[in-house]
Design a protein around this ligand. Structure first.
Ligand code: NAG
Ligand code: NAG
Ligand code: NAG
Ligand code: NAG
Length: 488
């Protein structure tokens, strides 16, 4: 009975939230064609229905995903939001080998959603940065054949005009010997396959998808002039023939335009698949810089000025919607912190998606539920700290400690503070299980928030997967109970 009462309350709450979402009218339109990436490499991914509402609240009608998880994709049905789905690199060889697998994938992951009022799937990115230098050529032979087989399956399904096939490439597929855009060309080791891909994109009326990261230019070179990574400085400039460049994004983009021109495709449609600025994990990754970057970039987009040799409106997907605590940090500790929003859908800094440059906060995720208000810290009883470092390392090897480094949000903690932060990250990632706060007896669960200043000790959200587990435990409990009553 108590459970039934709870459900009715929950139902009213859901109806109330739904009503609230419908009623609200939220400010100006976002920039036309503005999209955003939603990656789900998180221990507690957000409920896709909350995400779909959040995008609508912010008037963002394009989303790019990294796979084609059916539950996620179907959350966008009836929303009108344009969806790009992805095929991960580890599946490229399968689709390169087999027409049948490609057809099956298209049937199960694309065609299924395309009914009237279904999901507006428009693009498939076959692979994600498959030619990245650090992959040592692992996907060079499979990417294009996989694209071709997926395209054949698309043709066979009769959806050629609706769904376009492409591949998301990192800007490291092209380079310029002199740093001048006009010297741009595709990398030697992949020039031939790039020509085939470009011809394919041209024939199928698809688009060239490229990820450009001014932050990485700064990260990779000590001597990189910082202002050149942003959009608000006139001081640094590259002159190239008659073109003047005062930001690295324009210079990078036009290097691609030149490379395409040399390959014979001057008018190829270019879409920026990822661009953004992280907020933690490095001394140049913080909310102030991210705010400055997005403000300049969004204003530039709204102005439709384009780049010196490709003037006009641009199409871009920002990177990214949320922080992802399970992303590989091999490229750098900032990798877990690309979110414009935190892991729980709260905004980190003001951002104006209309490009008017107003100091305003975006619409946050609505209806997010948190786990209990408790944290795991180093017990106050531990006076001898000699055993702490080993335990701390263990916690950090299994949870995200990237906020502890130099210039990061938690860089002013002492050893005990470091340990508490690490213990808590480990504990929250494991759904606050009591065993996850043991640490050889050094851990202690507290109910007072240990967060200090910029250093947030997070509490995880109840991710959808977690909800399902809870519900099934309750269900099995109720079933068990009824069996008990029937048999006794
Ligand atoms: C559809 O996509 C999902 C997620 O990418 C994948 O797990 C599944 O295997 C795909 N279906 C087929 C038939 O390949
Ligand atoms: C690429 O090669 C480097 C150096 O040989 C190696 O450390 C790295 O693990 C390789 N990466 C892949 C994805 O094979
Ligand atoms: C702290 O613990 C270590 C390891 O158990 C021990 O070797 C050391 O003597 C202790 N230090 C003090 C001051 O008790
Ligand atoms: C805390 O951790 C960070 C990152 O590992 C480290 O740089 C710093 O020195 C640590 N602080 C103390 C007091 O051990």
């Amino acid at each position: 009975m108590a459970r039934a009462e709870f459900s009715i309350k929950a139902l009213f709450l859901i109806l109330f939230l739904a009503y609230d979402t419908l009623e609200c009218v939220h400010g100006a339109e976002s920039i036309q064609g503005l999209g955003i990436n939603w990656g789900a490499l998180a221990s507690h991914p957000m409920d896709p229905r909350i995400v779909a509402n959040m995008l609508k609240d912010n008037r963002i009608y394009k989303v790019k995903l990294f796979d084609a998880d059916s539950w996620v994709v179907s959350a966008f049905s009836g929303t009108g939001i344009e969806v790009m789905v992805g095929i991960p690199n580890d599946q490229l060889s399968k689709f390169a080998r087999s027409n049948w697998d490609a057809e099956d994938w298209v049937k199960q992951n694309i065609t299924k959603h395309l009914y009237n009022g279904g999901v507006n799937i428009r693009y498939i990115s076959v692979g994600n940065e498959p030619f990245l230098k650090s992959y040592n050529g692992s996907y060079i032979r499979t990417t294009f054949p996989a694209m071709q087989n997926i395209q054949k399956a698309i043709d066979k399904a009769g959806i050629r005009d609706k769904v376009k096939v492409t591949t998301a490439l990192n800007a490291d597929v092209y380079e310029s010997s002199s740093n001048k855009p006009s010297d741009g060309d595709f990398r030697d080791d992949i020039r031939d396959v790039m020509k085939e891909i470009i011809q394919f994109l041209h024939e199928t009326n698809s688009l060239f998808l490229v990820n450009i990261y001014p932050f990485l230019s700064l990260y990779q070179s000590e001597s990189f002039p910082k202002d050149f990574a942003f959009f608000d400085s006139q001081s640094q400039a590259i002159s190239d023939n008659n073109a003047q460049y005062n930001n690295v994004f324009d210079a990078n983009f036009d290097t691609l335009v030149w490379a395409l021109k040399k390959a014979g495709y001057n008018d190829m449609r270019i879409v920026v698949g990822e661009i953004g600025w992280p907020t933690d994990g490095n001394q140049n990754a913080n909310p102030n810089y991210a705010k400055r970057f997005y403000q300049g970039f969004l204003k530039k987009l709204a102005s439709k000025q384009g780049t010196p040799i490709r003037p006009g409106p641009m199409e871009v997907y920002l990177f990214a919607l949320f922080d992802e605590n399970l992303k590989s940090i091999e490229p750098g500790n900032f990798e877990c912190h690309w979110g414009i929003f935190r892991y729980d859908g709260k905004a980190k800094f003001p951002i104006d998606f209309s490009g008017n440059g107003e100091e305003k906060w975006p619409q946050e995720a609505k209806g997010v539920r948190y786990q209990e208000h408790k944290w795991c810290v180093l017990s106050a009883e531990v006076k001898n700290l000699s055993l702490v470092p080993g335990t701390l390392d263990y916690a950090c090897a299994n949870a995200d400690c990237t906020s502890l480094g130099y210039g990061c949000s938690c860089d002013n903690l002492d050893l005990a503070g470091n340990a508490s932060f690490a213990f808590n990250q480990y504990f929250q990632t494991r759904d606050q299980s009591v065993e996850a706060c043991n640490f050889n007896g050094m851990g202690s669960i507290v109910t007072e928030d240990p967060s200090k200043g910029t250093c947030l000790f997070p509490i995880e959200i109840e991710s959808s997967g977690y909800m399902v587990t809870t519900i099934s435990i309750v269900t099995s409990f109720l079933i068990g109970l009824s069996i008990f009553f029937i048999t006794s």
